[in-house]
Every structure is written in structure tokens, then in C-alpha cells.
Ligand binder design. Structure first.
Ligand code: F0G
Length: 487
């Protein structure tokens, strides 16, 4: 059961299927453009969507809004130091701001960042500086159905080859994303982290953690790594931080609050340079773009997130949800992590080519049928320069402490309905311009309504073309399109 009870409630919006068909068309089939007032169950992200505790709400009143050296900063700093052991603590308004700041300092054009998996904002910030973001996931990550416990690990052989090879001198930093959000929310083992630490020491490359979901990674280490049972999440988290030179985090996840981020480092000189940049772009170093009350909620949230009962419930919920969805016929990535369940849309919808975004077809249909908002984690989100993503996934993220088991049962029912008609779903094509991180804003159209798009665009991923048979209308696949044509 949930190890908390509910003190404040919000009504859930309910719409009809017909209303949602209209809403989807008006949103150009991009659920990032759908208003939250039209979403029944919002599994778009676990980021910034946490329900805060009574203690967090109460702490907001204690927020010290002084510009410099507010007591709220001191509480935040103390909490982060105790948790991570890093002496230098810099608050910042969210994760990607931390990425931009750190990379501006650490990277020069042509340098390389190597990671188990860069999240999309991490990659974007590396590439903005004309650098290369290299993902080196463990070979086990390619197998979506195996029960391998640490698919978030980095491939140590490839990392060694890289550091030893001709490009080795270009590697500016090794990043371990815990847990690996882009790769299915899979954890990294302490053993893997230790080996990376050793390698980084040998080749004199700094090791940073993207610690946005550090507590969930710690829980999964305790649950899965031999020899780690019986330790507390706090002890294991500390063991992870001890292996790194520093970290950054989006605190919109395991900070258990609605906004925030941090940079925490060992080296005072690097931290001093970070603070200079921070002051020009975010604010004075003791608030970094956050209000005193945000720092209070984060300090409290960072205590609550390592509660073993909370973490066990979160992991159990994700595991139960993944099993229930699989039983309903939706293939899901194994084993489940903590913050989300990832569905394999490529396997569910083999008749839709990756170039036509099977994940987006599943996302749109889940919304149309039941008002459930999820996010594509396939070629639309991760495809680069005309290349397809490795897998066509859809993430059903679990906001922290927000939905109960019965809300998730509703989602499972919707999925059961959908799976029976999976063969009727059609793919999508992009109709407008594509900015960086296109998935947030891009406009899409179901394939059969795309005569204009087919003429406008070349034969690239995501763009329908007259020469691309995969992107043409499939007359067999048109059964369920009534009311979905934006024309
Ligand atoms: N790193 C990881 C692993 C993330 O998952 C995210 C955000 C960021 C960095 C960036 O942090 O949003 O505070 O700027 N992930 C969100 C998500 C957006 O939905 O998974 P941010």
C-alpha cells in the first residue's frame, strides 16, 4: 500500500473520446501541446510533478527570501553536503541549467563526453558547444526483455578503448546517469561505478554523476546487487557519490519538489568558476535562480526521498504496473526500474516503420482512448540527423506520490482495449519545422492526411516521401481514423 495518506486532492479532468479526438487534432498530434486540463491521467513525466508532503508545504513558510546567504540556503547546503559528501554546493533552477553551466566550463569545441546514456537535454547541451556526446551503454541494454539487473551500466570495454585510442585525449568528462532515463530508467551498479572510477583515475578524466534519480538507483542497488542488502538507501547513495568527482541533478525528480537543481563538487576552484557563471545567468550563488521557499522544500524532500518504505513502494508500483501492462498485451522493458514503465511500441506496432514513429502512434492512441498522456522515447525524441533510435519506446512515467494503484488500473484497462486494435493504428509524419529537441514542439499529422507533407519533405526519418514505401498510406491500416483527420 502507499506509505502515505492523502491530505489535499485535485479533481481529475474527464473528457469524451470525441472531445479528445478534436483536442489531438488541434494539438497537431503532439501531446506536449495538449492542455493539462484535458488530461485524465498524466504520465508524461515524473519531473516536477511530485506531490509534496505536509512538512514540505509547511517548510515553505520558513523560506528565507534574503538575497544573500539566506538561512534556507544554509539548510539546503547542509543537507546536500551530508547526503553527497561534496563540500561545494551550488543551487540552480533545474537540471539542464546545471548542464549548460558545467559544460560551458568543462568543454571546448571538438571535445567528447562519454556516458552510459546522455539524457536528451544533456546531449543537447553538449552538442550546442560543438562537442560530441558519446553513449556507451552496456551490451545488456540492447536486450529489452532480459532480466539483467543493471542495464544502466556503461560498457567498460568500449570506454577503455575510447580512452586508450586516438580520441582518448579529447574526452573531457565521463558521465554516469543514475538511473539511465533515456535507456529505460535502468540502474547502474556500484561495481560498474567502481570500475569507471578506476579508469577515470588512470586516464585523468573527471567523473560526474547525473544524479537526478540517485535515490532510486540506490534502492535498486540494494534490491539487486550482491552484497548490498541490508544497507540503507542513504549509505548506498553516499557510496555512489564517493566514487565521483562531482555531480549535477535535476531536483525535480528525487528532490521531491516541483522545481530545482544542484551542482555539487569536490574541487573548490571548479566550483568558484561555476559560481561566477551562475551569477551572470541564474543569480547569486546562494540561490541560483530559486526562491528561499524552494530551497526549503528541496532540503526536506532530499530527506524524505531516501525513506526505505517510500522507495520500496515506488519500485513495487513500477514492477506491478509493468507486469499488469505486459499481461494486458503491451510489451514492456524488463526489468522495471522505479520512475517509469517503458513500453516497446516497435514490437506492438511492427507495421509502422520507425520513420513514422510507432511510439507516437501509441502515445496518441492512449490519449485518444483514455486521456492518458505518455511520451515517445523513440525516433521522434532520440533520432538524430536522419537516424533512427535504437528502440521505439513509450515512457509511462510515474509522478511521485500522485497516483494510486486504482489510477494505474484504469491505465491498464485502456491498454487492454488498445492492444486488441493495435493493427489498426497508423504512423505519423512531421509537417513543420524541426527545432533542436523537436519532440517538444513539432507538429505531426497521421499518415493518411499527409499529401502536403509528402510533397514538402525529403526522404529523411520522420518525413514522408513519395519514394519511401514505408511512409505511404497503408489501406489495411485505416480502420480507426474516423474523427482523427485534422483536415
Ligand atoms: N538528466 C536527466 C537524467 C533527466 O531525466 C532530466 C530531465 C534532466 C537531466 C534535465 O533536468 O528537466 O530539470 O532540466 N528529465 C525530464 C524527464 C524532463 O521527463 O525525464 P531538468
Amino acid at each position: 500500500m502507499e506509505p502515505f495518506r492523502i491530505k489535499a486532492v485535485e479533481p481529475i479532468p474527464l473528457r469524451t473520446v470525441e472531445e479528445r479526438e478534436q483536442i489531438l487534432a488541434e494539438a497537431d498530434y503532439n501531446v506536449f501541446r495538449v492542455h493539462s486540463s484535458d488530461v485524465t491521467i498524466d504520465l508524461l513525466t515524473d519531473s516536477g510533478t511530485t506531490a509534496m508532503s505536509a512538512k514540505q508545504w509547511a517548510s515553505m513558510f520558513l523560506g528565507d527570501e534574503s538575497y544573500a546567504w539566506a538561512s534556507s540556503y544554509e539548510r539546503f547546503e547542509r543537507t546536500v553536503r551530508e547526503l553527497t559528501g561534496f563540500p561545494e554546493v551550488i543551487p540552480i533552477h533545474q537540471g539542464r541549467a546545471a548542464e549548460r553551466l558545467l559544460f560551458t566550463m568543462l568543454l571546448r569545441p571538438g571535445r567528447i563526453t562519454a556516458a552510459n546514456g546522455h539524457f536528451d537535454s544533456t546531449r543537447a547541451n553538449v552538442e550546442l558547444l560543438d562537442c560530441q556526446a558519446l553513449d556507451l551503454p552496456s551490451p545488456e541494454a540492447a536486450d529489452l526483455v532480459s532480466e539483467a539487473p543493471f542495464k544502466g551500466n556503461i560498457d567498460l570495454d568500449r570506454l577503455r578503448e575510447l580512452l586508450d585510442g586516438p580520441a582518448g585525449g579529447q574526452v573531457a568528462v565521463v558521465i554516469m546517469t543514475v538511473t539511465d532515463n533515456g535507456g529505460g530508467g535502468q540502474p547502474v551498479s556500484l561495481e560498474n561505478l567502481r570500475s569507471v572510477r578506476e579508469m577515470c583515475r588512470r586516464y585523468e578524466v573527471p567523473l560526474l554523476l547525473d544524479a537526478s534519480r540517485f535515490a532510486e538507483n540506490a534502492h535498486l542497488i540494494i534490491a539487486r546487487e550482491p552484497g548490498q542488502q541490508g544497507r540503507t538507501p542513504r549509505e548506498v547513495a553516499r557510496a555512489m557519490f564517493d566514487l565521483a568527482d562531482g555531480c549535477w541533478a535535476s531536483l525535480k525528480k528525487d528532490g521531491m519538489a516541483n522545481t530545482g537543481g544542484l551542482i555539487a563538487l569536490r574541487d573548490p576552484e571548479t566550483a568558484a568558476r561555476c559560481r561566477e557563471l551562475l551569477t551572470t545567468s541564474e543569480g547569486f550563488p546562494t540561490y541560483g535562480g530559486l526562491a528561499g521557499r524552494d530551497l526549503e522544500t528541496l532540503a526536506q524532500g532530499l530527506q524524505e526521498v531516501t525513506d526505505p518504505a517510500y522507495l520500496a513502494h515506488r519500485a513495487d508500483t513500477a514492477a506491478w504496473f509493468a507486469d499488469a501492462l505486459s499481461k494486458a498485451g503491451l510489451p514492456t522493458l524488463r526489468p522495471a526500474g522505479c520512475h517509469a514503465v517503458y513500453a516497446d511500441a516497435g514490437q506492438l506496432l511492427p507495421h509502422i516503420s520507425p520513420a513514422n514513429f510507432p511510439g507516437q502512434a501509441l502515445v496518441c492512441e492512449l490519449y485518444r482512448l483514455a486521456g492518458v498522456r505518455t511520451v515517445e522515447f523513440g525516433t521522434l525524441t532520440f533520432g538524430h540527423d536522419g537516424q533512427e533510435a535504437q528502440h521505439e519506446l513509450v515512457r509511462l512515467a510515474l509522478p511521485r506520490r500522485v497516483y494510486t494503484r486504482s489510477h494505474l488500473e484504469y491505465v491498464v484497462e485502456a491498454v487492454s482495449d488498445l492492444v486488441g486494435r493495435a493493427g489498426e493504428l497508423t504512423g505519423f509524419t512531421i509537417t513543420g519545422p524541426e527545432p533542436p529537441m523537436r519532440h517538444f514542439t513539432v507538429k505531426l499529422i497521421p499518415l493518411q492526411g499527409n499529401q502536403e507533407g509528402q510533397e514538402d519533405h525529403g526522404n529523411q526519418v520522420g518525413h514522408a516521401s513519395q519514394e519511401d514505401p514505408e511512409s505511404q498510406e497503408d489501406p489495411e491500416s485505416q480502420g480507426d481514423q474516423e474523427g482523427r483527420d485534422p483536415q
